[in-house]
Design a protein around this ligand. Structure first.
Ligand code: OAD
Length: 243
């Protein structure tokens, strides 16, 4: 990795308030497919068939098949050095907030404490009837479908396309972006809103925006610094430079 600019290191060594937005790219090195990159889910499947309320209404078995497969992948794999480096970074910073679009829970497993899950968590289920929430595996499965005790179907505890994000989680994410001094956008294609608006807002409010991605995105021209490469290599090196 090329040495980060000294003003980034100085900011991180000082008392800068740091916000981080992560996307599927940070879990790619754990072995979880991304959505839009090579081998990404949306290269082979249509989001409309798997990740919308309409898809669940039309074919809940198919939707659950896909989510169960992804739950298996999350169980089989583990957080990587990128996740662990962010947990280390949090321990150096006076103010630190991690906002993730990922539903795998790997940041928490790596030790990050202040994590907001914008798109929910794949290891949770929510009843489509009464709204009851439970952990993966606690559902009552019958003929490939999970039922709640109220007899309605459970759905995955994630946010689908066409659904609103939790208003409270989103409000806090915007407040974080508005008030931070350094904003990291890591492993996200920066095309899915409202998450993609967060680094833009941070930039408009004067934050130093650092993008870490193995390729350029729509955010790149606005980033104060673009660290091109793998998050699992760049983040541990960055943390070493700060120490
Ligand atoms: P994407 O799959 O759209 O983008 C992943 C990004 O990570 C790409 O820009 C890659 O270049 C980059 N990348 C891949 N491997 C990397 C690595 N090792 N290090 C650094 N960068 C790497 O994933 P998201 O931006 O997270 O939403 O997608 C946003 C949302 O769209 C997801 O939360 C999901 C999806 O459809 C829903 O399902 C609602």
């Amino acid at each position: 990795m090329k040495r980060p600019r000294s003003n980034l290191l100085a900011r991180l060594r000082g008392d800068a308030s740091v916000a981080v937005l992560t996307g599927a790219g940070i879990s790619a090195e754990s072995g979880l497919p991304t959505f839009r990159g090579a081998g990404g889910w949306w290269k082979n499947y249509r989001a409309e068939d798997l990740a919308t309320p309409e898809a669940f209404q039309k074919n809940p078995r198919l939707v659950w098949e896909w989510y169960n497969h992804r739950r298996d992948l999350v169980r089989q794999h583990a957080p990587n050095p990128g996740h662990f480096a962010l947990a280390r970074l949090e321990s150096f910073c006076k103010t630190f907030a991690l906002i993730t679009q990922n539903v795998d829970g790997y940041h928490q497993r790596a030790g990050s404490a202040n994590v907001s899950e914008l798109h929910g968590n794949i290891m949770k289920s929510r009843c489509s009837g009464c709204g009851h929430e439970c952990e993966a595996g606690a559902e009552n499965w019958k003929d490939g479908l999970p039922y709640c005790s109220c007899n309605a179907l459970y759905r995955p505890g994630v946010v689908w396309f066409g659904e609103a994000l939790s208003a409270a989680v989103l409000r806090d994410a915007f407040i974080t972006a508005e008030n931070c001094q350094v904003f990291f956008a890591i492993g996200t294609s920066s095309v899915v809103y409202p998450a993609a608006a967060l680094p833009q807002l941070a930039h408009e409010r004067g934050a130093y925006v650092v993008e870490i991605n193995d390729e350029a995105t729509p955010l790149t021209p606005r980033a104060s610094e673009f660290l091109q490469g793998r998050a699992g290599e760049i983040l541990p090196t960055l943390v070493k430079f700060i120490q």
